[in-house]
Write a new protein. Sequence first.
Length: 193
Amino acid sequence: MLAAGGANAFASSDKEVAHDTFVGTATTGGPGSPITINPSDIAPCSIGGIGIGYIYQANGPATGDIKGTFVYNEHGYLCFTNPADPTTFVGSLFKSGVFTLTSKKGKTYTIADTKPAAYKSGVKSVDPDKGFAAHIAKLLRKDVGLLPTGDTLTYGYFTFTDNVGTFTGYSTPDSSKFLITVGFTVPDKSKDS
């Protein structure tokens, strides 16, 4: 993870931890898919098959310790045993994810996932009125605009890891909208709050 001005966040212990919530909407892809395929980006997949590159980008407001706006850029691979046949899909690989936060005062912070191999994601269906699912349902209804249908709420989840920790975000099932609170280091958050 990098902090404002490109300084390495690991280099100094005189930095503070800030927490911001990012509520994003995909800016790539189109109806039915929030990703853009890059057919010129081909690589072998460690999970098997051949990977075709994808790009996912989103933007939105940042609230918390440093208010402003953000842009998110993600790169990964969709893996197929036969890339010419979509039915041979075996999974995806997350390669990089970076939030670029621009504060209301104009400072820029770059927050990168430092453990792409540890990335986890999926889709869950739960009773939206019980336990932790009720909390997730409230967040998704309020901030992401996802409403449950019937007796279940279906949502996506994903992780983001930096030198502060691992954070879990929540999304619409197709990932076109998401919400995540991330901790990151800054030189002095009081100067940009």
